[in-house]
Design a protein around this ligand. Structure first.
Ligand SMILES: Cc1ncc(C[n+]2csc(CCOP(=O)(O)OP(=O)(O)O)c2C)c(N)n1
Ligand code: SF4
Ligand SMILES: [Mg+2]
Length: 352
């Protein structure tokens, strides 16, 4: 089956912002299927099928499903060891409806590089029956901030054409909630316990998306599953650029963050509303650009919420709301404010 190349982002002037071009596997129409999110949910089958064993209330499968609704297809998914991998491919079953490969914890970007090189070679010799085959990685924070950064940095520097989606649940979750370079300061984890010696993790989160910007790859963005149009648009952009693209998606984990099973979306929303996790994208042409709710907050600072709004729903931060830890809360608020100010100064579309 020959697959047509679909229209490129950005969407044309005058079209509703939510309009997204979708390729449905097996679809043979002349024009791309154009749909809105509601139709999309009704019509398009996500790449991740029901029956996986990720925890009830986990944000990770929401991210995968939304992302896959924006795939143009055909797509090959690469999975680092982590919750998404262990819970979707329990031998002899799989929840993936598209080609999928598991690699070791540390080398998903290297695996993606190899696949992309093979696709290029097939294309060059006329043996690829498609205009393009997209390669998308899903890897956790442990597999990205820590053990996978070498492979990721190398693949970015070599310029391989793939999209890397980091689902950041801010700890090594499937192995028992150990702290990672993505765990925020003062969060409880099993290796940064809260007690009389330390009040949780003592270091701040590594600025992983900014580190990817420093590689000057074609596209870098942040997103959350609560901002689903934002997420799908960014995934599609990341796929359509030529060269490496990186998307940092916040991924609440009810087990590790100690929150109720129905709160992943609300917590994602509050992460953005408090400016703990701002939404932006970066391209070499335009630099940092705020998107969605973060752009609204930049235009109307009254919308910005205090950091407690993000913390109060999560057991991993319970100690920060005790009266004796008010100074820690103040420190965290000042850190978030400083990071937000810094981003406002860098964002080319923030009101100056
Ligand atoms: C080299 C190596 N070290 C350790 C492990 C054990 N291990 C597998 S997954 C994992 C944690 C993954 O954390 P993260 O990438 O954040 O994904 P999550 O489980 O949180 O989804 C660890 C420590 C491994 N598989 N390989
Ligand atoms: S441990 Fe957390 S990230 Fe892993 S499946 Fe459960 S809720 Fe999701
Ligand atoms: Mg993790």
């Amino acid at each position: 089956m020959v697959v047509r190349t679909l229209p490129q982002y950005p969407i044309k002037k005058g079209e509703p912002a939510y309009k997204i071009w979708i390729f449905e596997p097996g679809w043979k129409g002349e024009l791309p299927l154009i749909t809105n999110p509601r139709q999309l949910a009704e019509q398009k089958r996500p790449a991740l099928l029901p029956g996986h064993r990720l925890c009830a209330g986990c944000a990770a499968p929401i991210i995968v499903k939304l992302a896959s609704l924006a795939f143009r297809g055909p797509t090959i998914v690469v999975s680092a060891t982590g919750c998404i991998e262990v819970a979707t491919t329990i031998f002899p079953y799989t929840s993936w409806a598209i080609p999928w490969i598991h690699n070791a914890f540390e080398n998903s970007a290297a695996t993606a590089s190899g696949i992309e090189s093979a696709i290029k070679a097939l294309k060059k010799t006329g043996r690829l029956p498609y205009d393009h085959v997209d390669v998308v990685v899903f890897a956790g924070d442990g597999g990205t901030y820590d053990i996978g950064i070498q492979a990721l940095s190398g693949a970015a520097e070599r310029g391989h054409d793939f999209l890397y989606i980091l689902y950041d649940n801010e700890a090594y979750m499937n192995t028992g909630i150990q702290r990672s370079g993505g765990t925020p300061k003062f969060a409880w984890t099993t290796t940064s316990p809260v007690g009389s010696v330390i009040p949780g993790k003592m270091e701040h989160k590594k600025p992983i998306a900014d580190i990817m910007v420093a590689h000057r790859i074609p596209y870098v963005a942040t997103t959350t599953p609560a901002h689903w149009i934002d997420l799908m648009k960014k995934v599609r952009k990341g796929i359509e650029v030529n060269g490496p693209a990186f998307i940092h998606a916040l991924s609440p984990c009810d087990r590790g963050w100690r929150h109720a099973e129905n709160l992943a979306i609300e917590i994602s929303r509050r992460a953005v509303d408090t400016c703990y996790f701002p939404l932006w994208e970066w391209t070499p042409e335009k630099g940092y650009m705020l998107t969605d709710r973060s752009l609204s907050i930049a235009r109307n600072p009254k919308l910005k919420q205090p950091i407690e709004k993000f913390l109060e729903l999560q057991g991993r931060f319970r100690h920060l709301l005790k009266p004796e830890n008010r100074h820690l809360l103040k420190e965290l608020q000042e850190y978030v404010d400083a990071m937000w100010e810094d981003l406002l100064n860098r964002a080319t579309n923030a009101p100056k």
